[in-house]
Design a protein around this ligand. Sequence first.
Ligand code: OSB
Ligand code: MG
Length: 375
Amino acid sequence: MLQINKIIFREIQLPLKEPFQISSGTMSIRRFLLLEFFDQNGITGWSECVADELPNYTPETIDTCWLAIKEWIAPRILGKNFNHPNEIHKVVDADIRGHDMAKAAIEMGAWELTAQIQGVPLSRLIGGTRDQIATGISLGIQDSPKILADKTQSCLAEGYNKIKIKIKPGKDIKFISAVREALGMAAKIMADANNAYTLADIDILKQLDQFGLMMIEQPLAWDDIIRHATLQQQLKTPICLDESITNLEKAEDMVALGSGKIINIKPGRVGGFTSSIAIHDFCQENNIPVWCGGMLESGIGRAHNVALASLPNFVLPGDVSPSSRYWQQDIVKPEWTMDENGMVTVPLDKPGMGVEVDMDRVDNLTVRSETLHVS
Ligand code: OSB
Ligand code: MG
């Protein structure tokens, strides 16, 4: 039995080691909304809401999530009894349109709390089978092809299993070409456009075919499925959808229409673990490989991504890089690390997410907080 009686909201801010530029904007300081959950016996669990400061990835932001969770989503679950955390998604989804990242923060906290109550690793509670997950790195848009090519060489040397390169019009062909030249044809590289192109750019996108990319992520509009199908028919490079896949039905649409061949699952984007598992299972049945995306998470959101990436059909390396790729110091102990083969170990020796929240550090970093109690 799961009953959540209290939730503490906290905003903390961490500067990124280097600004992260994608086609729709640049981030230098990551604002995080963290949630701490308490059950009726005082057992606690954490989740991280992955929305950014600005609505340039999806429509949500950290501030809309704070409002949505407080006003509409948390009241649906506070003080209520649930047999299993897989009941939460339906309850928070009914008649509340959108706000998937806000819903996910509550839903994933409920799973984490359940893992803590049952004393089992979160990975195993959600159906994970792997002991280690392969990781890649997502590189923001760089000033020149040379700077990018040099960076990708160091990333390969560090052991990353995949290098994702952010592109936008004018920073595409020359940049990818320089990377291919520096790394050779065998290196596993891919591009992510974050919606920077339209079908009018088809000639540029076709030129990318010569580079043997593992995939191109979300080249067209953030909510498009139809035009990606037209594009996929004309591209050799597999399309991977990110922004467009917000639930199982969108994944079904992608397969029915041929809009892509791979899905990047971010649990925050699809409303949580229950929805992620449903998309994972559907993709497995339909021979669609999946991988776990990232949202520049702190060690808490990263822990939840590591657990998800341990499911069997996560067959491609995820954007689940070690803490030191992003932060001078993370907010969990131990920090997330990667071995020389680019593998992250799934913590199976502790209940829940498998890392401790550094409370002193979180307290010091907190810029606002609020507590919701059962009434
Ligand atoms: O499109 O996958 C994306 C970060 C913020 C918003 C969107 C995206 C990303 C990343 C970062 O690619 C991946 C990571 O967390 O390392
Ligand atoms: Mg993406």
